[in-house]
Design a protein around this ligand. Structure first.
Ligand code: NDP
Ligand SMILES: C[C@H](CCC(=O)NCCS(=O)(=O)O)[C@H]1CC[C@H]2[C@@H]3C(=O)C[C@@H]4C[C@H](O)CC[C@]4(C)[C@H]3CC[C@]12C
Length: 335
């Protein structure tokens, strides 16, 4: 594990985000973002609803109408983002930086994290630092949370996003790979959340778990990955119930994502799946917004994911056969 020396106050001002404007965004476009939330996006949110945690406690749960603009959502809040050196995690770091949050980022590749931290400081992060290391190491989760406690004395949001590498192919029979992926994609999430809970209880903060439609509906070629994402749903949905029973005001948001245009996903599946992936920048902002609003689940892109879940609830066989017939099976590589 390596700790960064890079941290500091906000650097030069941010450029506006291309998808959802944050602090420099113009009024009408921001309005459009909120209108959109109240329209198409809202249908899935309404169905999922807000969590019951903390009802009757002093803290108000932000609603869509009372929610601050995206620029103000997490100003000054202390946020950990795992898997922040690329893809959706990197984009979340940039949005949070524009919101002037304090950031602690993790991933394995130090050189990439260094660049992301530098960019975050340029974009306006209140502070930004990183810890590099692999999440299949049992000691890393506690080290990350200790760093948050030593630096900030608390934590407001834990965004669990990293995944270990896994192919998009027939299951090879490699049980060792399944075991390692479970450790990286599932057990480390449990360990990070466990170590974070005391601080999150104190701040009445939030846990955001980034999962996939593959963690609700098992299609072909993702058997080990899918197993890790189903496990996240089982664990965190059960934990959420316990927090509600114990009146602990820590929210848990499970993010059910469809195909997103990150480099690694496009590289893994574009030769098999002809669909156009959704934009990672917008996806990242939707995840942050859902966590801030303490939603139970996020479906992104809303229409695709919600439709898939609806068909699955009516006829799993039908959905399975639609998925199989939409793939270019002849292009699936066998290992
Ligand atoms: N993109 C998509 O289509 C979809 C993505 N998702 C989910 O979104 C999340 C982000 O995915 P995406 O942005 O595409 O992924 P990326 O591959 O772009 O990013 C993965 C991140 O995890 C880090 N990472 C990889 N291995 C380890 C490890 N062993 N220990 C610690 N960190 C590690 C990577 O950095 P480094 O290599 O430096 O360690 C990187 O920062 C995941 O939870 C994924 O399941 C869900 C559905 C669809
Ligand atoms: C393609 C899968 C689901 C079907 C879908 O959403 N199609 C698009 C229809 S649309 O055009 O109308 O929007 C993908 C859903 C989950 C994806 C997988 C995932 O969860 C991330 C993995 C990350 C890893 O780095 C490699 C790729 C993934 C296996 C990725 C592959 C595509 C999905 C299965």
């Amino acid at each position: 594990m390596k700790l960064s020396l890079l941290s500091g106050q906000a650097g030069c001002r941010a450029q506006a985000s291309h998808v959802f404007p944050t602090k420099l965004g113009s009024g009408p476009r921001l309005q459009w973002g909120l209108t959109r939330l109240a329209g198409t996006e809202r249908s899935s949110r309404d169905r999922e609803g807000l969590q019951g945690q903390g009802r009757g406690t002093a803290r108000a749960v932000p609603t869509l109408s009372s929610a601050p603009s995206s620029a103000e959502m997490l100003r000054g809040k202390r946020v950990i983002v795992t898997g922040a050196s690329s893809g959706i995690g990197e984009q979340m770091a940039y949005h949070l930086a524009r919101m002037e949050a304090h950031l602690l980022l993790t991933a394995r590749t130090e050189a990439k994290l260094q660049k992301v931290v530098e960019r975050c400081l340029e974009l306006g992060a209140a502070s930004a630092r990183y810890i590099s290391g692999s999440m299949d190491s049992p000691s890393l989760p506690e080290q990350v949370l200790r760093e948050a406690e030593n630096t900030w004395g608390g934590l407001d949001m834990l965004i669990l996003n990293h995944i270990g590498q896994s192919g998009f192919t027939f299951f090879s029979g490699d049980v060792g790979h399944v075991r390692k992926l479970m450790e990286t994609n599932f057990v480390s999430y449990v360990a990070l959340a466990t170590a974070a809970l005391p601080m999150l209880k104190e701040s009445e903060g939030s846990i955001v778990v980034v999962s996939s439609i593959a963690g609700k509906v098992a299609g072909p070629f993702t058997a080990p990955y899918s197993a890790t994402k189903f496990a996240l749903d089982g664990f965190f949905s059960s934990l959420r119930q316990e927090l509600i029973i114990e009146k602990v005001n820590v929210s848990i948001t499970l993010c059910i994502l469809g195909y997103i245009n990150t480099e690694s996903a496009v590289r893994a599946v574009s030769h098999v799946i002809p669909d156009t992936p959704a934009p990672k920048e917008e996806c990242a902002l939707e995840i942050i917004r859902a966590g801030f609003l303490r939603h139970r689940e996020l479906h992104y892109p809303a229409r695709t994911v919600s439709t898939m879940l609806l068909i699955h609830s009516i006829s799993p066989e039908l959905l399975n056969s639609i998925i199989r017939s939409s793939y270019r099976l002849e292009n699936v590589q066998r290992t």
